[in-house]
Ligand binder design. Structure first.
Ligand code: TYD
Ligand code: MG
Length: 452
């Protein structure tokens, strides 16, 4: 039987019968590649040789009270994992090439090994000598971690079966290849097959397996998104190359909260955890016009950060709107609300908005802080020093309260802030000791804070 070719998107893994320049599913350009179909299984198998076993849901004896977890001792990592590494689970750590994934995982390997786990680090990108050199540089060369340099899936599974580790690291999934799949390493079917087999192995052999996946911009290499649905936990390691901060973010976690973040700093001796990120993100702040401190929340943890705006007369017929670390659509919305509800026009002005420290904010709670930064920059008037701002803005110009007010205020108080500007329905937290200013809506906020 002649095999027909299929076409697969390297970004999202969607397949189609014809090639096109743009993927219909995820709208990515130039990501569709030709792919041979997966080999059919050995004949018809409607009757399995083994009968599956079903157990009652109430049968707690099978799993115990909670999944067994091991802590690494690195608070930032353990929190992102949802309280430690879960036995028999599959994890994916994605991130841009060179962001520090191998460094992070080698350090984690050493920590878990010190805490009693049997750890093996399998690199498909570097030789064992190179990994040893890196370990030496990180001061970890005496850690009881086994190393292997391997890319063939069959060999890796054999190694894992023989070594029986508790924790295995596969660096990276794009370099692995299964010999029964007829395409190059890094292609969607190779990456999927390898990830699937490793995930199954993790469940059946009681080992936690971490797979590293490079985020690819374009070209013939499949990105980590094509295996996200197979694994239990998906973490992304992010950060700007120029900045030393790195953020480990959980976007999916079957064993804990998603959207949790851990903050690290890349130093000459590897990654160091940042226990008090708010203090760090605010450390180089000077209260100038356009600078506002936002009382944010990342996952379950409050985090203060600085939002900066610059507004300048535009030489162009279409003024620039440039955003780093926030949503451009949301900026357009805030500008429109300021213009039509508060009489603060931005016509003919270039607007630049930046979240300091390379942080990326997704919360609508930053609306009020962004509006404050924009008006402050436009009026060239600094905001009251030592005040922290948060609140959501609706299209009518009303201010809406946000979640976890208490935690945000307490974090602000802890860092020496003395006042807060929040929406009206926000409950006062006596314990925080902050003086609260609660404008009725955005127009009265602008009037109160910047009015003559
Ligand atoms: P790496 O872990 O190799 O990235 P990835 O596996 O995500 O591709 O990290 C590479 C970068 O990290 C490299 O540019 C150098 C930097 N680095 C340090 O700054 N300090 C260190 O101690 C180490 C090991 C790496
Ligand atoms: Mg690497």
């Amino acid at each position: 039987m002649a095999k027909s070719l299929t076409y697969t998107c390297n970004e999202c893994g969607a397949s189609s019968t014809k090639w096109s320049g743009q993927c219909d599913a995820c709208q990515a350009w130039n990501s569709i590649v030709e792919e041979k179909p997966l080999a059919a299984g050995p004949g018809k198998k409607s009757l399995g040789a083994r009968r599956g076993k079903a157990i009652p849901l109430t049968d707690l004896a099978t799993i115990g009270e909670a999944p067994p977890r091991t802590m690494s001792g690195v608070g930032e990592l353990d929190r992102v994992l949802g309280g430690g590494l879960v036995k028999a689970s599959a994890l994916l750590v994605g991130g841009d090439p060179g962001i520090g994934k191998s460094t992070l995982l080698l350090q984690a390997a050493a920590r878990f090994a010190r805490n009693g786990l049997k750890v093996i680090y399998i690199s498909g990108e570097e030789s064992t000598a190179q990994v040893q050199m890196r370990a030496r540089r990180l001061g970890l060369h005496e850690s009881p971690v086994s190393l292997a340099s391997e890319t063939n899936l069959r060999d890796i599974l054999t190694t894992l079966e023989a070594e029986k580790p508790d924790f295995a690291i596969i660096d990276s999934i794009q370099t692995m290849w299964a010999d029964h799949v007829d395409s190059a390493p890094g292609s969607v079917s190779q990456v999927r097959t390898c990830a699937h087999e490793l995930t199954t192995f993790a469940k059946t052999h009681d080992v936690a397996i971490v797979m590293v996946g490079h985020v690819t911009k374009e070209g013939a290499i499949a990105g980590p998104r094509v295996v996200e649905h197979m694994v239990d936990t998906v973490l992304y390691f992010e950060g700007e190359r120029g900045h030393q901060f790195r953020i480990l973010r959980s976007v999916k976690n079957r064993f804990g909260p998603a959207d949790e973040i851990g903050v690290f700093e890349m130093t000459g001796k590897g990654l160091a955890e940042v226990k008090n990120p708010s203090a760090l993100f605010l450390s180089e702040r000077s209260p100038a016009p356009g600078s506002v401190v936002f009382g944010g929340l990342e996952g379950t943890r409050p985090m203060l950060c600085e939002i900066q705006a610059l507004v300048a007369p535009s030489p162009h017929s279409q003024p620039r709107r440039s955003v780093v670390g926030w949503d451009a659509g949301r900026l357009a919305m805030i500008l429109a609300v300021l213009e039509s509800r508060c009489g603060v026009p931005f016509t003919g002005l270039d607007v630049y908005l930046n979240v300091a420290g390379g942080l990326r904010i997704t919360e609508p709670a930053a609306d009020l802080a962004v509006a404050a930064a924009l008006v402050s920059a436009r009026e060239d008037a600094a905001l009251p020093k030592e005040s922290v701002i948060f609140g959501e803005i609706s299209l009518s110009g009303a201010l809406r309260p946000v979640v976890q007010t208490e935690n945000r205020l307490k974090e602000a108080a802890k860092l020496g802030f003395t006042s807060a500007i929040t929406p009206q329905q926000t409950k006062q937290v006596a314990a925080s000791g902050l003086s609260m200013r609660q404008p009725r809506d955005l127009a009265s906020f602008v009037e109160e804070v910047f009015g003559e």
